[in-house]
Design a protein around this ligand. Structure first.
Ligand code: C2O
Ligand code: CU
Length: 491
């Protein structure tokens, strides 16, 4: 090569390097978020092929504020006070860690209300540095009561309080948890079970609550007890076991010693559930299942999960060992019998695509390999725009290499199909949906609860790492702010 062409090659290489560096610099710069910003101004408005409307970006002026989206006020039928505390927690097993409690325990107290009640829950933050909130996972409460820091309220700082008031319209098994720095506070213990008895129940049917959680250190617990717990029931008795997965990863649950039925998923009863044996149920992060078991004439029945069980039977009765997790997994797509849903997907007003992927890039100025939605990350993800009354179909697909438990606030999703296979069983309504790598779900919901609603992965570190966006109603705005100077950090 002549000296001249060598110089030319060097110059070209230098130019390519400079261009690449500038591109990286621009990507980094663009990924920075301002010190404070509104959730309402996040992302790129996506109207899902439906009617467009004008007031989507910013939404600081005019419109309805989320704080005004409340249920009509009346004298509460039930009132609870919960004190959040950061403290050293000692589990009954002796295991100790720095965590969080509500009224001194983790899980916090089980809240039990009756459908139709207007309830009041006062959250007091004793000393949780950086603030806390409570979100009612699976309850479609009015937006002002959703408990998301920076979206529906400010985080409650130490010494402060917030009063949640709402009418409970659903019944079933739910849970509550912090939605401020949730990837730390929930893992550390700031959560509890929430059970709503159907209206008209005077004596609730016998039930047991099994809240599962892996605390720091990693052993699985049920109701805060590591390993096996027992629930007393007499021979022949039918018990509804309410399993709540409060972890970040999916949970296999199976029953040994008797057949079982899945009565409800995510707080909605299934129609025509049939008895199952030798099958496990996969409960995604944030999800709940009500399992029906009958105590055998002698001995006990075991509701098993990896590393822990609930033994249901007379005091001291033993249940068969958990054994290995059964291979077959119940497919809820074809379980139970079909029934009317009030949803006709052919009449959808909007079709959204929520395609989960993963790409290298910058998220809020940090380089990494981040989750993407429709190929984009950070402030470029779609903001799903709806009008009250819309029927919405959403296609959730996943090519990210990992499974994701997808959770939409304020609404329940009806599963229509998976990988093109139409649902044939009981109507399957979820608020937390397990989407495996390579899967594609079609779901539908009615936009009937105005607000600004998070729509995120419930593997909470994934939400922090970008798998998070919002569903936004026309004409709704929020006065609260996100960003590093806001004091609010919902993920
Ligand atoms: Cu269980 Cu966004 O929450
Ligand atoms: Cu995820």
């Amino acid at each position: 090569m002549s000296a001249r062409s060598t110089t030319w090659v060097r110059r070209a290489a230098a130019l390519v390097l400079v261009v690449a560096l500038v591109a990286v610099g621009v990507a980094w710069w663009r990924s920075q978020m301002p010190g404070t910003y509104s959730a309402a101004a996040m992302g790129r408005p996506d109207f899902g092929g439906g009617t467009r409307f004008g007031d989507h970006q910013g939404g600081h002026t005019g419109g309805t504020s989320v704080v005004d989206l409340v249920d009509p006020h009346r004298r509460p039928d039930a009132r609870v006070e919960l004190v959040a505390r950061a403290q050293q927690v000692t589990l009954p097993s002796g295991q100790t860690f720095d965590g969080y409690t509500l009224n001194g325990t983790t899980p916090g107290p089980t809240l039990r209300f009756t459908q139709g009640q207007y309830v009041e829950v006062v959250l007091r933050n004793e000393n949780v540095a950086g603030g806390t909130t409570l979100h009612w996972h699976g309850l479609d409460v009015p937006a002002a009561m959703d408990g998301v820091a920076g979206v529906t309220q400010d985080a409650v700082m130490p010494g402060g309080s917030f009063t949640y008031r709402f009418t409970v319209t659903q019944s079933g098994t739910f849970w509550y948890h912090s939605h401020q720095v949730s990837h730390r506070q929930v893992v550390g213990g700031l959560f509890g079970a929430l059970v709503i008895d159907p209206v008209g129940t005077t004596t609730p049917a016998p039930d047991a609550i099994a809240v599962t959680h892996n605390y720091a250190g990693g052993s699985r617990s049920i109701n805060g007890v590591v390993g096996d717990v027992s629930h007393t029931a007499s021979p022949g008795q039918v018990v509804r076991v309410r399993v709540v997965n409060t972890d970040n990863s999916p949970l296999g649950v199976w029953v040994v010693g008797a057949p079982f039925r899945v009565l409800a998923i995510d707080g909605t009863d299934l129609v025509g559930p049939t008895p199952l044996t030798g099958t496990k149920l996969l409960l995604t992060a944030g999800a709940r299942a009500d399992l029906e078991v009958r105590v055998p004439p002698s001995g006990a029945v075991r509701v098993a999960m990896p590393g822990a069980s609930m033994v249901v039977g007379p005091k001291g009765a033993t249940a068969p060992p958990a054994g290995a997790s059964p291979g077959p997994t119940l497919d809820l797509l074809g379980y139970g019998t079909p029934a009317a849903t009030g949803i006709d997907a052919t009449e959808a007003d909007r079709h959204f695509r929520y395609a989960i992927g993963r790409l290298p890039g910058f998220l809020r100025g940090r380089p990494g390999y981040w989750w993407t939605i429709n190929g984009r990350m950070g402030d470029d993800v779609p903001m799903f725009m709806v009008r009250k009354g819309d029927l919405v179909v959403m296609t959730i697909s996943n090519s990210s290499g990992q499974a994701h438990p997808m959770h939409l606030h304020g609404h329940h999703l009806l599963v229509l199909s998976r990988n093109g296979v139409t649902a044939t069983g009981s109507p399957w309504w979820v608020d937390s949906l397990h989407v495996e790598n390579g899967e594609r779900y079609e779901v539908a919901f009615r936009a009937d609860n105005p607000g600004v609603w998070m729509d995120h992965c419930h593997n909470l570190p994934h939400a922090r790492d970008g798998l998070m966006t919002h569903l936004m109603y026309e004409g709704v705005q929020t006065p609260f702010l996100l960003g590093k100077n806001s004091g609010n950090e919902p993920e």
